[in-house]
Design a binder for this molecule. Structure first.
Ligand code: NDP
Ligand code: HEM
Length: 483
């Protein structure tokens, strides 16, 4: 007899459960019965509780929040989420890149900074990192790069020798590896780091005028990092960053970021001193200063981690009218990769799950497939004469631009100052303090001193850093005992 006001347990079909604790047996000590549907459903569902983890960025956490636009940028974009005064709900997921689910939050690794804006014109996803640049500039190298950062085929171990092998053979990685080896390579929390859209994107206004832009999300909490020693001491708490974010939001301490953009006139790209679409380069502030346009605030923790964080599917291809892709080859590759990953990892109807579902009306002619529950009624094709939805190409007027050329497999055409080392050199020479430099050298030496790193590789590591700056190279050489 039920003695409390608690609700009655049911199975997933809503049928009252016969017991929370006992299976159906022939007598108290006898074998179990096939007809115990309740037990079979429990065991069978449990076996299917996991979806594959993300192939990269598996470990993470996230929160809901709001984007508030304070400035008028209608001269640059007609995107509704960037109208002055607009308030757009969003979900932001932070992550590490290389580790699996359960790996330590305090690893030296870039951090993901993936935002899904639920706009009036559908989802706009900005899937960035806490650095403005990346290790490579052609998507054909991405899977090789990730393989080198993950586990070896034979012993299933991470391997610093393999990491340096890839980096030293890929000099375009020098800028991103420099960031990684400074203390910003281990943020103290997700609240205490910047976020970047990283790629260059296209903005176009209502008159069809175009601009190239970059996004910067500057932490209002201030930058805080852990030294390698501080991070090592925290290894017993692998969920350090998940806990930090959750605790802060739960007690009403809502983290925020000032939203800045750099804007380049469309025509300036062709002969800018750096290739403005090369993801291994920033746009120096002296050329393109940051303009503040608003604030992003995180206000609400997820209620169910699996439904909101694990099932979230971010896709750089989700661009809304007023925003377009640039010819950045990495961005172009990512436009394909993410929705493809979600169809495999979550299922082809992942956009119908509450966390991914647009908050605007969906009038799509795609339908059916596993687990669908949002199928349209007739008509099921376009064009049709039955009054079904029709597309409006005028919304995308400004997205057009002229491209011409031979079909080639080639590096980017060189701009006047394109060089893999000039920007990391500026970081070392002009931005880092002497304390930052000492820690950077210590971090590089520590990483390249792992037992599996060979003496030949150590020489290559020293040369890699000498290319950036001879003092940096000399200090690494000395730290590795090569003098
Ligand atoms: P600026 O002096 O105008 O900008 C330097 C930038 O470096 C600031 O945005 C600053 O951000 C950031 N910074 C400060 N300390 C570090 C650190 N330890 N690790 C990484 N970034 C740091 O110079 P430029 O724009 O000419 O850029 C010079 C170099 O600075 C670049 O080559 C690049 O390596 C780096 N950088 C440039 C950025 C850009 O978009 N132009 C963005 C980030 C880095 P803050 O103090 O707010 O944290
Ligand atoms: C996650 C591919 C470059 C940021 C992923 C995932 C894939 C992927 C397949 C897993 C998606 C999922 O299962 O949900 C690629 C490819 C790249 C690339 C092919 C280059 C060609 C980048 C770059 C950035 C980035 C340059 C940042 C500027 C992220 C982030 C996530 C992610 C933040 C996690 C998103 C989340 O929180 O769910 N990437 N990636 N990636 N990637 Fe990339």
């Amino acid at each position: 007899m039920i003695m409390t006001n608690r609700p009655i347990t049911t199975d997933d079909a809503g049928i009252p459960a016969p017991s929370d604790e006992h299976s159906l047996s022939v007598g108290p000590n006898g074998p179990l019965l096939m007809q115990d549907h309740h037990l079979i459903q429990k065991m069978a569902h449990f076996n299917r509780e996991r979806v594959p983890e993300r192939v990269v960025h598996a470990k993470g956490g996230g929160a809901h929040g709001l984007l508030q636009i304070t400035e008028d940028v209608s001269q640059f974009t007609k995107a509704k989420l960037f109208r002055k005064g607009a308030q757009t709900p969003l979900f932001l997921r932070f992550s590490t890149v290389a580790g699996e689910l359960g790996s330590p939050d305090t690893a030296r690794d870039p951090r993901g900074f993936a935002i899904k804006f639920y706009t009036e014109d559908g989802n706009y996803d900005l899937v960035g990192n806490n650095t403005p640049i990346f290790f490579i500039r052609d998507p054909s190298k991405f899977s090789d790069f990730i393989h080198s950062q993950k586990r070896r085929a034979d012993n299933h171990l991470r391997c610093n020798n393999m990491q340096w092998d890839f980096w030293t053979l890929s000099p375009e990685s020098a800028h991103q590896v420099s960031f990684l080896m400074t203390d910003r390579g281990i943020p103290a929390s997700w609240r205490h780091m910047h976020g970047f859209g990283s790629h260059t994107f296209l903005w176009y206004n209502a008159a069809g005028e175009r601009f190239w832009i970059k996004y910067h999300f500057k932490t209002d909490q201030g930058i805080r990092n852990y030294t390698a020693d501080e991070a090592a001491a925290l290894l017993a708490d692998p969920d350090h960053h998940v806990r930090d974010l959750h605790t802060a939001i739960a007690k009403g301490d809502h983290p925020s970021w000032t939203v800045n953009v750099q804007i380049m006139p469309f025509e300036a790209a062709a002969d800018y001193r750096f290739n403005p679409f090369d993801l291994t380069k920033v746009w120096p502030h002296a050329d393109y200063p940051e303009l503040t346009i608003g604030r992003l605030t995180l206000t609400k923790n997820p209620v169910n981690y699996f439904a909101e964080v694990e099932q979230a599917g971010f896709e750089p291809s989700n661009l809304v009218p007023g925003i377009g892709a640039s010819p950045d080859k990495m961005l172009q590759g990512r436009l394909f990769s993410y929705p493809d990953a979600h169809r495999y990892r979550i299922g082809p109807n992942y956009l119908q799950l509450p966390i991914n579902q647009p908050r605007s009306t969906v009038n799509s002619y795609n339908f059916d497939g596993p687990m669908t529950f949002a199928n349209p009624s007739d008509p099921v094709y376009a064009p049709n004469s039955a009054g079904g939805p029709t597309a409006d190409p005028s919304l995308y007027e400004g997205e057009r631009y002229h491209v011409t050329g031979e079909i080639v497999r080639s590096a980017y055409r060189r701009h006047a100052e394109d060089d893999d080392f000039v920007q990391p050199r500026a970081l070392w020479e002009n931005v880092l303090s002497e304390g930052d430099r000492a820690n950077m050298v210590r971090n590089i030496v520590g990483h390249a001193s792992a037992p599996e790193v060979t003496s030949t590789m150590k020489l290559r590591v020293a040369d890699y850093w000498t290319n950036i700056h001879k003092d940096l190279g000399a200090r690494v050489r000395k730290g590795l005992g090569l003098n």
